[in-house]
Design a protein around this ligand. Structure first.
Ligand SMILES: NC(=O)c1ccc[n+]([C@@H]2O[C@H](COP(=O)([O-])OP(=O)(O)OC[C@H]3O[C@@H](n4cnc5c(N)ncnc54)[C@H](O)[C@@H]3O)[C@@H](O)[C@H]2O)c1
Ligand SMILES: [Zn+2]
Ligand SMILES: [Zn+2]
Length: 394
């Protein structure tokens, strides 16, 4: 048991009094344009407005979706922006109308909001929220509004969150309050990757005990999907990646079989079919590649197989032969693991504390915010699972 005391991050009352209601000047990694390194800048962060919360970010993970926006999606209108959406921090001050949060609370910013009032929030079948940037701004990947400026320019808040900044401002519908003893440099991972992969297996695929599963792509998202299949009681979990360095972690999280597509001349769906006598019960695509999405579907057993698209891309259409679905397979997608964000993230923090879910295993590197470009490079070259960036000086 780790003493909760170790994980207190003091935000003194005097510090809060000094900054509340004022513009804060702080460091952030700004993505000025696509395909270029981030630049550490001094930015201005406006005070929170009605229903908003200003957060001192303590730690953040780097997720492939940050790299997607920078190097793959490259929507010009989505820049300049502060990237980062997998963070955890402490409330610095709150705007008018905020009653459920106070300075000093530990929180996780949510890239999908949960307003509680919209048609999606009221429906138990989905975790979408009409008031989230995801409703209208998939390409730009940010809110229309921002509290950031730098060198006289408005800087967009990527995925509404922007955790590569010492301070950020979010509407209270996109913030989860978590327990006071949470270790922020671990639970930040619940802001995206781990919740996404884990939920994709337990909520979206609804993996059943004794089933045979395949997970394509063993980054943090795929490894969390492996963990979800394990916790759901799968009897066999086949881990598929072109980088064999990822297999050891997959084994530690519950994978039983390992396949490198590069080592096979026949389609990977045939390889999996031979290994399982007709295909897997559940497959999860955690790469973001439309060809892999197709293989994952084709790897499922006809009659009942369920394949879930988790990897992110809006660059290309996918395709498959209709017979795949006619013969009884189901093809689904999963955003943030199907978790209703504000309700679920605090519970996942408790699941980490009780040992039901792993987080420590996902952290391979730790760096200060200034090294963010090194962290991005590590992910690009497959050299990490998750790098945790220390954002605010202790
Ligand atoms: N749906 C969501 O809500 C959501 C949330 C977070 C991330 N994502 C997406 O999930 C994906 C994974 O994110 P991550 O942070 O784990 O990324 P990552 O880059 O750490 O991991 C991707 C893994 O896929 C492997 N891979 C690449 N090509 C492959 C192939 N052809 N076959 C098998 N494996 C292959 C890589 O070697 C790597 O291990 C990304 O597309 C990301 O944008 C989606
Ligand atoms: Zn809503
Ligand atoms: Zn992410």
């Amino acid at each position: 048991m780790v003493s909760p005391k170790l994980y207190t991050y003091p935000l003194s009352t005097s510090q809060n009094m000094a900054t509340a209601g004022k513009v804060i000047k702080c460091r952030a990694a700004v993505a000025w344009k696509p395909n270029a390194p981030l630049v550490i800048e001094d930015i201005e962060v406006a005070p929170p407005q009605e229903n908003e919360i200003r957060i001192k970010v303590i730690a953040t993970g780097v997720c492939h979706t940050d790299l997607y926006h920078l190097f793959e999606g490259k929507h010009e209108e989505g820049f300049p922006a502060v990237l980062g959406h997998e963070g955890a921090g402490i409330v610095e001050s709150v705007g008018p109308g905020v009653t459920d949060f106070k300075p000093g609370d530990k929180v996780i910013p949510l890239f999908i909001s949960q307003c509680g009032d919209c048609v999606f929030c009221k429906c138990p079948k989905t975790n979408l929220c009409e008031r989230s940037w995801t409703s209208v701004r998939y390409g730009i990947m940010s809110e229309a509004d921002s509290r950031f400026t730098c060198r006289g320019k408005v800087i967009l808040q990527f995925m509404g969150t922007s955790t590569f900044s010492e301070y950020t401002v979010l509407n209270q519908i996109a913030v989860a309050k978590i327990s006071d003893d949470a270790r922020l440099d671990r639970v930040c991972l619940l802001g995206c990757g781990i919740s996404t992969g884990y939920g994709a297996a337990i909520n979206t695929a609804q993996v059943t005990p004794g089933s045979v599963c395949a997970v394509f792509g063993l980054g943090a998202v795929g490894l969390a999907a492996v963990m979800g299949c394990r916790n759901a009681g799968a009897s066999r979990i086949i881990a598929v990646d072109i980088n064999e360095d990822k297999f050891a972690k997959a084994r530690a999280l519950g994978a039983t079989d390992f396949v490198n597509p590069k080592k096979h001349s026949k389609p990977i769906s045939d390889v999996l079919s031979d290994m399982t006598n007709g295909g897997v019960d559940f497959s999860l695509e955690c790469v973001g590649n439309v060809a892999v999405m197709r293989s994952a579907l084709e790897s499922c057993a006809k009659g009942w197989g369920v394949s879930v698209v988790v990897g992110w891309t809006d660059m290309a259409d996918f395709s498959a032969r209709p017979i795949q679905l006619i013969a009884g397979k189901t093809w689904k997608g999963s955003l943030f693991g199907g978790f209703k964000s504000k309700d679920s993230v605090p519970k996942l923090v408790l699941d980490y504390k009780s040992g039901k879910i792993n987080l420590d295993e996902f952290v391979t590197h730790n760096m200060p915010l200034e090294k963010v470009n090194d962290a991005i490079e590590l992910m690009k070259t497959g050299g990490c699972i998750r790098t945790i960036l220390d954002v605010s000086p202790k």
